[in-house]
Design a protein around this ligand. Structure first.
Ligand SMILES: [Fe+2]
Length: 195
């Protein structure tokens, strides 16, 4: 009986040790992964790609973050987000100059409808209340924006909507510039600027 009980205890001890050993093995890489994630929270190390300005930018846009008063046709939506550097540090005071067509695909090239600039707040955040841009020949749905961090270069780029059929046929479209769009139609994007 004693001969049976000793091996049985050893077996039990081994069984008990295995999950602990396995747990420890899992614990080490899990901590390492957590550390890596903490160093790069929710942002991409790659700078946001540049894109063509296109023909419709107008200088000297008004400072504002709400285009509602323009009365432009289109589905109301908000575009929010953050500007960070390649170390994922928010960049306050960054200029964002947005311009876009209305819901019918028409730009205001005479005045400043659906055009405006703003600056990121202390947390690097921005927000724009506007309408969903429409489609016009040759282009998928997009926003235009110029982004300039304090003392930095101007980044001219465009933002796109996911699951837009015309993304497949627009040669300028890039998937890295897709916004995240919520069920209610509001969109968000994180700009990553060169340090
Ligand atoms: Fe455009």
């Amino acid at each position: 009986m004693a001969e049976q009980s000793v091996p049985r205890r050893r077996v039990l001890a081994s069984l008990a040790a295995l999950p602990l050993g396995a747990a420890l093995l899992r614990f080490v890489p899990a901590r390492a992964e957590t550390g890596t994630l903490a160093a790069t929270p929710a942002c991409d190390d790659d700078p946001t790609p540049k894109q063509t300005e296109g023909p419709y930018w107008t200088a000297d846009s008004p400072q504002r973050n709400d285009f509602t008063g323009d009365g432009a046709p289109g589905i109301p939506m908000k575009l929010t987000g953050t500007v960070v550097d390649t170390a994922c540090t928010p960049v306050p005071g960054t200029l964002l100059d947005f311009w876009q067509c209305d819901g019918n695909g028409v730009y205001d090239n005479e005045g400043y409808k659906l055009r405006g600039h703003q600056y990121t707040d202390a947390n690097g955040a921005f927000g724009l209340t506007t309408v969903k841009p429409g489609l016009y020949p040759g282009r998928t749905r997009h926003f235009h924006v110029k982004v300039r961090r304090p003392g930095g270069e101007v980044l001219t780029t465009q933002l796109y909507f996911p699951n837009e059929p015309a993304n497949k046929t627009d040669g300028i479209y890039r998937p890295e510039l897709e916004m995240t769009v919520a069920a209610n139609g509001d969109a968000s994007f994180t700009f990553v600027m060169e340090k």
